[in-house]
Design a protein around this ligand. Structure first.
Ligand code: HEC
Length: 203
């Protein structure tokens, strides 16, 4: 009885922590026990819970001012990897099946009086500082579910807008997202060349 209550408490705390338990794998601390994305019956991915509590890996920025005034992706990209996938990546140097990586878009801070190049004068100097959250994307590696996607990586967007983000998202066709990642990303479709935390873990 005590044991059952302890298990129930554990399950409840896992739910509050936003952890989705993987029913298909044995419940061990084994590295193959990767926390998986959830999908709707029609195959859309559900927006993950608590991605800002995942492992933060880096923040690429390609500002407008350095791209003729119109960068294709001018905002900060805060990138996070789901912790169980990070643990496996650290041990093996490979992204395990089920890996989830989120990229949250954050505007460049631009209050009234920003400089013409979009920078601002802050206490630390002339700066590009982070403004507001303005979008969320996700990539999921699953060679079973996404057998036709190169590398098994599918790409999703929950909106390029301030919160609230969409609850679910359909996978983009491979040539919208996957093909650029395939040709240019350093490690298995992921741009590890821009993520010092992943490079350090990769050794
Ligand atoms: C022209 C090339 C290009 C295209 C097309 C592209 N991406 Fe990316 N993507 C990048 C680059 C470069 C990075 C890393 C640097 C950055 O975020 O600016 C990245 C990073 C990401 C990341 C973080 C994880 C990783 O793999 O590095 C996600 C998630 C992502 N992109 C989603 C998408 C989605 C969704 C689409 C399609 C709507 C898409 N990308 C289309 C170039 C591309």
């Amino acid at each position: 009885m005590k044991m059952r209550m302890a298990i129930a408490a554990l399950a409840a705390s896992a739910v509050t922590a936003g952890v989705v338990l993987n029913n298909s794998a044995p419940a061990t601390a084994d590295m193959t026990n990767i926390v998986r994305a959830s999908f709707t019956a029609s195959g859309e991915v559900k927006r993950p819970d608590g991605w800002r509590q995942w492992i933060y890996v880096g923040t690429p920025l390609t500002p407008n001012a350095l791209n003729g005034g119109a960068a294709p992706f001018p905002e900060f990209h805060n990138v996070y990897i789901e912790p169980s996938a990070f643990k496996a990546f650290s041990a093996t140097g490979e992204f395990p099946e089920g890996t989830q990586i989120a990229k949250e878009l954050v505007s460049v801070r631009a209050p009234d009086g920003a400089n013409p190049d979009g920078s601002t004068n802050e206490v630390s100097g002339v700066a590009y500082m982070q403004g507001e959250f303005i979008g969320l994307e996700l990539t999921v590696k699953d060679n079973k579910r996404f057998a036709s996607e190169p590398g098994g990586w599918a790409y999703f967007s929950f909106g390029h807008n301030p919160e609230p983000y969409a609850e679910t998202a359909a996978a983009f066709p491979a040539d919208s997202c996957n093909s650029c990642h395939a040709g240019n990303a350093e490690t298995d479709f992921v741009f590890t060349q821009f993520y010092p935390v992943l490079r350090a873990a990769q050794k």
